[in-house]
Write a protein that binds this ligand. Sequence first.
Ligand code: NDP
Ligand code: MG
Length: 377
Amino acid sequence: MGLSLLGATGSIGRQTLDVAERLGLPVCALAAGTNAEAMEDAVRRFRPRLAVLWDEKAAGSLRTALADTETKVLSGMEGLLEAASLPEADTVLAAMSGAVGLKPALRAIEAGKKLALANKETLVCAGELVTAAAKARGVPLLPVDSEHSAIFQCLQGAGEVKRILLTASGGPFRSLDAAALEKVKKEDALRHPNWRMGPKITVDSATLMNKGLEFIEAMWLFGLRPEQITVLVHPQSVVHSAVEFADGAVIAQLGTPDMRLPIQLALTWPERKPCPAPALDLTKTPPLTFEEPDLVRFPCLKLAMDCAGRRGTADCAVMNAANEEAVRAFLEGRTGFTEIYRLVARTLEALSGLPGRSLEEIVAADEAARRYTRSCL
Ligand code: NDP
Ligand code: MG
């Protein structure tokens, strides 16, 4: 029994490979976007049966480079779907960034795989579809996102939930005023105070869109109404999230900010194994503080919270696609930091209310939103 890892060359992907190596987990498939060099290294280290690169040209170079190995190389969505449903994999860990993860996640569920989800965009776009499919097929959805892993842990063996407390670091611009936010540069946005992550999620953390995506992710993963989710800014990132129960008791999960713990837990659950993440020493942590998020300076969070409750529509998928396009443009120097919100809001204004129950409807809304956002740039 083995692991199929989608997004193997990224921040979560590389940490997952280290965890898999320590656990002695066999890796049977690896997939990524374009990075043939990193993929070749990973293939030589883990000898999977299948390696996939989204980009066809990159897959061609990889095939040549791996000619002396037994690893089959595929490309595109077809390759990702095969990696998601490989017979010898019992677990698929989805760690690619963006909505491209949706179809492979659904394929993994159909094939009866345990699905460890780092790729939150999948649940943002199609939370209802994905959670219903997992329930129908009887496969577990194991959260890798640190907050959701925390909530998942707090919920074990517990009673009726009143609400969850979803913590947020607040990002690098927590104390900047509105005028200063207008002048933020890419380099500043890519400097997260507590976590080293891929560029897209790092920018999302700076706009607080990441917390908005996580709000929607939590709603679907734990079957909650939007009113049951409270976002709390907690700059020290020690309390990874908490759950308040019907009797008022609050259970929280604490730890050092290290993704190897939630990654490993998703792979070993229901067992716990020793993990190399540094231990938490509460006598050495700075004072833990909590405050309400500022939805005026960080309107992306408000936008996502508003979209969360609009079931049956594709609003969450539209918002996510617009955000992916806007963040890409920001990272490529084609738009400003505060423009990200404006682009997403404009796209939502134009395309709000599209139907979003079926996969076809969600994919169509995602594509329409991308076209619209690009046309605004
Ligand atoms: P990175 O940007 O570091 O990595 C993204 C990965 O996805 C790379 O392996 C990339 O391949 C691959 N990829 C991109 N496009 C495609 C595609 N079309 N087909 C297949 N693979 C593709 O991102 P992160 O690791 O930081 O984040 C991954 C996901 O996990 C995101 O959804 C993020 O929100 C979530 N997450 C991340 C956390 C973190 O600490 N990093 C924490 C919690 C959640 P290539 O290198 O070839 O481009
Ligand atoms: Mg998170």
